[in-house]
Design a protein around this ligand. Structure first.
Ligand code: FES
Length: 217
């Protein structure tokens, strides 16, 4: 059966479309809504988004495969991103990754056999001052050690993501407050600023510098 969004999410799509002068500009938030519903961007989701926004499937697939926030294959109930960039590595990022692999029984890039967790490596997630850190679903967990991480993962497995974040709120930060683009679980992304809309409406020559490479003489 072809993919379709729930009525509530369809309403959100309609609202998102009012924010942009061109439908293609809504591609990221619409994909995000679809992933929220299905868990990943399957071929039927690509077809749906392509038809909804009047874009080719190649364009939609190109965006999906460009951004690591979109999954082009199924993932577990929870997605754990372990940061392996310098600040986290200096503070034990490798130990955190190895501990996760041992605890979840799968290496980075794979899903645990019970389908509960997918483990992925991330480049810097902009929380260097609280290294080492991981992102689990929508939340950052910072200043970690292996004992704390075990407790956080156990809470995710037994109580769910939101309850785990509430229980460990001292260490948890909602990811979209740090990252862009981000959409909270319950709401669509904030509207673009008037200046952004104005610039998007202008032809390229008026919106920004031209021929910065200077190959004309
Ligand atoms: S290096 Fe891990 S958050 Fe920046």
């Amino acid at each position: 059966m072809a993919f379709s969004l729930s009525p509530e999410r369809e309403e959100q799509v309609e609202e998102i479309l009012t924010r942009y002068p061109e439908r293609r500009a809504a591609l990221l938030p619409v994909l995000w809504l679809c992933q929220r519903q299905k868990g990943w961007i399957s071929p039927d989701v690509v077809d749906y988004v392509s038809g909804r926004l009047g874009l080719s499937t190649a364009v939609v697939k190109g965006v999906v495969t460009f951004y690591t926030m979109f999954f082009d294959e199924p993932v577990g109930e929870n997605v754990v991103w372990v940061c392996r960039t310098l600040s986290c590595d200096l503070r034990g990022g490798k130990v955190i990754q190895e501990h996760l692999e041992k605890k979840l029984g799968c290496t980075a890039g794979h899903t645990s056999s019970d389908g509960r967790f997918t483990l992925l490596k991330a480049e810097c997630l902009a929380a260097c001052g609280q290294a080492p850190m991981v992102q689990i679903n929508d939340y950052y967990y910072e200043n970690l050690d292996t004992e704390l991480l075990d407790r956080i993962l156990d809470a995710h497995a037994t109580k769910g993501a939101e309850a785990a974040a509430a229980e460990f709120s001292t260490f948890a930060t909602f990811a979209s407050s740090r990252q862009s683009p981000g959409v909270s679980k319950s709401s669509a992304p904030p509207p673009p600023s008037k200046e952004a809309v104005r610039l998007a409406s202008q032809p390229p020559s008026a919106a920004g510098p031209t021929n910065a490479g200077g190959d004309e003489s």
